[in-house]
Write a protein that binds this ligand. Structure first.
Ligand code: GTP
Ligand code: MG
Length: 200
């Protein structure tokens, strides 16, 4: 699937103000700095469609991008950024939760995990919470350019083992490098397959 058109639509903190139109949407979540905004730019092949930063805590709002006039990519703030302070973190948690639980158009959430790390409690707990609320999601291991293939396999295996302690089956798992533009076709095919199912 080609992305022929990608446009910013709105930024806001209130799920009720998210765009109307009933198009399926795919949102990106994960810890601050994991590479959510960079991945949206890589997928759409637009350098600064979503704002990125070396410093965590860049994205603070729910950002909608309309793709090919028929579906949305959604950039969300990251969770778990300590420097934000308790009130700041609580605020972001509220934004994320109300969006995930309240947005009917949310078709699939991509949970991004930095492939360099072994399983982290905050991510495992977040995915369990998604499970409790029956939110469909897939995992994307990001920044694969930063480690060897062998190390990537090892970390993915560790995640699978850890998750199978609580999950009966694993969610779909994808990988990406925004830097090397890898994983783009797989992620777009994944989205396309769901879009096709929804049409039929
Ligand atoms: P918040 O908005 O703060 O939650 O962060 P984010 O998850 O949107 O991360 P962002 O896309 O802003 O990227 C954070 C940093 O990681 C930036 O310096 C990016 O250049 C870098 N980065 C993102 N993806 C990759 C990748 O695949 N490879 C490498 N090497 N760096 C990446
Ligand atoms: Mg961001």
């Amino acid at each position: 699937m080609g992305i022929t058109k990608a446009e910013f639509v709105t930024s806001n903190t209130d799920v009720k103000k998210c765009p109307q139109g009933n198009w399926p949407e795919y949102a990106f979540i994960g810890r601050s700095n994991v590479g959510k905004s960079s991945l949206i730019n890589m997928l759409t092949d637009r350098k600064q469609l979503a704002k990125t930063s070396q410093k965590p805590g860049k994205t603070q709002l729910i950002n909608h991008f309309i793709i090919n006039d028929t579906w949305y990519l959604v950039d969300l703030p990251g969770y778990g950024y300590a420097q934000r302070g308790k009130e700041g973190r609580e605020n972001i948690r509220r934004i994320i939760e109300s969006y995930i639980l309240g947005r009917r158009e949310l078709t699939n959430l991509f949970v991004l995990l930095d492939c360099r790390h072994e399983p982290q409690k905050i991510d495992l707990a977040f995915m369990e919470w998604l499970g409790e609320h029956a939110i469909p999601f897939a995992i994307i291991f990001t920044k694969t350019d930063k480690i060897s293939k062998a190390k990537l396999q090892e970390n993915m295996q560790l995640y699978a083992e850890k998750m199978l302690e609580v999950w009966e089956e694993l969610p779909p798992v994808l990988t990406s490098s925004a830097e090397k533009k890898e994983g783009r076709d797989e992620i777009l095919h994944f989205i396309e397959a769901i879009n096709r199912q929804l049409k039929n």
